[in-house]
Design a binder for this molecule. Sequence first.
Ligand SMILES: *[C@@H]1O[C@H](CO)[C@@H](O)[C@H](O)[C@H]1NC(C)=O
Ligand SMILES: *[C@@H]1O[C@H](CO)[C@@H](O)[C@H](O)[C@H]1NC(C)=O
Length: 337
Amino acid sequence: MYLSIQLTQLWEELKSNHLAKYGTVTAVTAISLVLLRRWIAGGVCRCRVRLDGKTVIITGANTGIGKETAHDLAMRGARVVMACRDLSKAEKAAAEIRRSTGNGNIVVRHLNLSSLLSVRQFVHEYTASEERLDILINNAGVMMCPKSLTEDGYETQFAVNHLGHFLLTVLLLDMLKKSSPSRIINVSSIAHKGGKIHFDDLNFNKAPYDSLVSYRQSKLANLLFTRELARRIKGSGVTVYSLHPGVIRTELGRYVQTRHPLLSALLSFPALLLMKTPSQGAQTSIYCAVAEGLESHSGCYFSDCKLKEPAPEGKDDLAALRLWEISAKLVGYDEEN
Ligand SMILES: *[C@@H]1O[C@H](CO)[C@@H](O)[C@H](O)[C@H]1NC(C)=O
Ligand SMILES: *[C@@H]1O[C@H](CO)[C@@H](O)[C@H](O)[C@H]1NC(C)=O
């Protein structure tokens, strides 16, 4: 009898000790997870600037960080033009944003960045019907898609992520200048690191196509363009910024999912913990769009709502100039007019 009481007591003690330990471990884990999540979430744009009376274009605004950015700028009272390829998805997103922000001034326009004709049509209609353009956010992009050529004959990632946006930006420059002070924001990526512009083989006709190499090239192109453009339009009242939004759970990974199922499975487990939500990912875009006093940093690169030094390849001014000239030729843009 005595023994059994002793034994029960011992058992109880063990159990409570164990539980205490378990409790501590759980608490420490929970706190670490919260801290980790906060660290992953990155910078937050706390700026309260209003955008009443201003007009913003966001490419690829129907999903992911584009949609979150559209939502935030709509909250600030901007007229938001969602430039999207898929009109029915875009209309749905626009309706949601109108409802949740109470801002009825949200419009959808068709823009297919893989078609230079579509870019020209978009700009033509835009300039014919809109009064001003205060902020252009070049947000749309494709990532690591299989090799394909656009109707204009260019490799898709280079065409969509770079050439389409290049033409869009230069064709809208006059309107941006008229509305100045105005801003252009280029959503690039840390993937520019290790990137290289394959000047002799932009379309990967000679070298075997590697979707990651091509993605890096297109993102490095975004960065180089921001620098070159900043140089060209200095003093015009238009300033330009490029940024890394972070690693985010969005549809950008759609090609990774279908093309590399193993990679996708590996990524999806820690993804929930380690990746930013689209709204966290939109913070640096929003920051570059509205934060006051950024003008002296035109041409610079941002990450987590802070200035960031790009990789050396992102600061190669000669490559930037060369890329500008080639791109202008490829899209048929004549600077004199
Ligand atoms: C976009 O343009 C490409 C041509 O490069 C075409 O194949 C595609 O169907 C177009 N998509 C939409 C939704 O307009
Ligand atoms: C943004 O990137 C696109 C694609 O590289 C480029 O064409 C455009 O000129 C850039 N715009 C700015 C403002 O840097």
